[in-house]
Design a protein around this ligand. Structure first.
Ligand SMILES: Cc1cc2nc3c(=O)[nH]c(=O)nc-3n(C[C@H](O)[C@H](O)[C@H](O)COP(=O)(O)OP(=O)(O)OC[C@H]3O[C@@H](n4cnc5c(N)ncnc54)[C@H](O)[C@@H]3O)c2cc1C
Length: 386
């Protein structure tokens, strides 16, 4: 497995264990069927509790039965899961970083007790509702709103592109509180209450082994105790996105590495003109470039983990790593696909599946463009969003 600068030798015993456990899980439980799931547009739901049992959801958090692993271990886990499929890593990212993290960081003791245990084991599935049909890159323009009515709130609005909403038990819905100057708040909404609909979005050509849907909110009543009490404003959703984007910066390397390993093996096995195609300089150039780009991404992610562990990671650091590593994976997956010739366009090999998935990864959690603008603002002090 590509680790050209031997980063593995600096891992703690715990981090190595996480890597090996996740790698074995992906090899045995994911890789054999994921191509079929991808073609069918299904997620292997039986893996949801299995992943919970292995501690794959929010492993860097503590309490409530959670493992409290290092930030590097969390990143390595995301890398190994995405070597299987970006849909699998998305499941773990949404559950851990976008649902459990905000409850852990901003929830009441009652909310933590009620949700964190079951989300951690996968007995409950959560989803994160920020994006709306008319507000993607600019979520602060959201129209979903809540209005106070006695000790309840009434929610109305529509969210779209929500990972797992059709199978979720609980949704974190970000909405403007009309009773308090349109302040954005997080609401814990059980998906079986009156007025909630979670239609599935079909016909995706990317991230097919992941369930995506909408959240419709039509006069949905929630109790005031269902509001996340410790956060107000866009800081709420944005701080969750920082956690998830950190995982994506690591995860994308896994997809790229799987493409590289597939292409390397193919180059050794496939014979043309009387010998393996890997003996041609053109093919070696592609492998050398791929290995170099993956290694650079690994070094960036590793340093990011160190900064996160020290509490010195800024959201802009995460933007640079997400932007670079996902672009790298998207570019290199195409080169790997190319090296597999005609076989490369089938689901028998992973590169084209990864390549299609990475279109989503490039777009969600802040598009490549939006991370460019975040960096541009940080470097110049000048905003270029509008
Ligand atoms: C499979 C999938 C799963 C998802 N899961 C979730 C989820 O679980 N929860 C959730 O809330 N959301 C989720 N999303 C939504 C995702 O975060 C949004 O798609 C993303 O933020 C982009 O929003 P948009 O699609 O509306 O594109 P738009 O914002 O309309 O952008 C369209 C294009 O314009 C560019 N653009 C926009 N603004 C600017 C600007 N100021 N300057 C330059 N260029 C700009 C963008 O980079 C992009 O190329 C998911 C999306 C997908 C595809």
């Amino acid at each position: 497995m590509l680790d050209y600068f031997d980063l593995g030798s600096d891992l703690t015993e715990e981090e190595r264990m996480v890597r090996d456990t996740a790698r074995q899980f992906v090899d045995e439980k994911v890789k054999p069927d994921v191509g079929e799931h991808w073609i069918e547009g299904t997620f292997p739901k039986e893996l949801i509790t299995e992943m919970g049992g292995l501690g794959f959801y929010a492993p860097n958090l503590d309490g409530y039965g959670l493992p409290d692993l290092s930030q590097r271990a969390y990143g390595i886990l995301m890398q190994e899961l995405e070597a299987g499929d970006s849909g699998l890593r998305s499941m773990a990212s949404v559950q851990g970083a976008l649902v459990m993290y905000p409850i852990h960081a901003f929830g009441s003791d009652e909310q933590k007790e009620e949700y964190l245990w079951d989300l951690g084991t996968g007995e409950k599935v959560g989803c994160f509702g920020l994006t709306e049909p008319e507000h993607g890159s600019n979520p602060s323009g959201m129209e979903t709103h809540a209005e106070k009515d006695g000790d309840e709130y009434v929610l109305n609005g529509a969210k779209t592109w929500i990972t797992n909403s059709p199978i979720a038990d609980v949704a974190i819905v970000w909405a403007k509180d009309r009773s308090d100057d349109d302040t954005v708040r997080g609401f814990l909404v059980d998906t079986d209450v009156d007025g909630v609909s979670t239609n599935k979005i079909d016909e995706k050509l990317s991230l097919r082994a992941s369930i995506t849907g909408e959240i419709g909110l039509n006069d949905v009543r929630v109790n005031e105790s269902d509001v996340l009490p410790e956060v107000a404003g866009m800081k709420g959703p944005l701080s969750c996105l920082t956690q998830a984007r950190y995982g994506i910066a690591w995860g994308a390397i896994g997809a790229a590495r799987d493409c590289f390993e597939t292409a390397r093996q193919y180059a050794i096995d496939r014979e043309q003109f009387g010998g393996p195609i890997g003996r041609f300089q053109l093919q070696q150039d592609k492998l050398a470039e791929m290995a170099t780009q993956i290694t650079l991404a690994q070094l960036l992610a590793d340093r990011l983990a160190e900064l996160k562990e020290r509490g010195e990671m800024r959201p802009q650091h995460v933007s640079m790593a997400k932007r670079n590593n996902v672009r790298m994976a998207r570019d290199q997956s195409r080169i790997a696909r190319e090296m597999l010739g005609g076989n490369g366009i089938t689901a028998d090999y992973s590169p084209m599946r990864h390549m299609a998935n990475l279109e989503t990864v490039y777009t969600y959690e802040g598009t490549h463009d939006i991370h460019t603008l975040i960096l541009g603002e940080d470097l110049t002090g000048l905003q270029a969003y509008q």
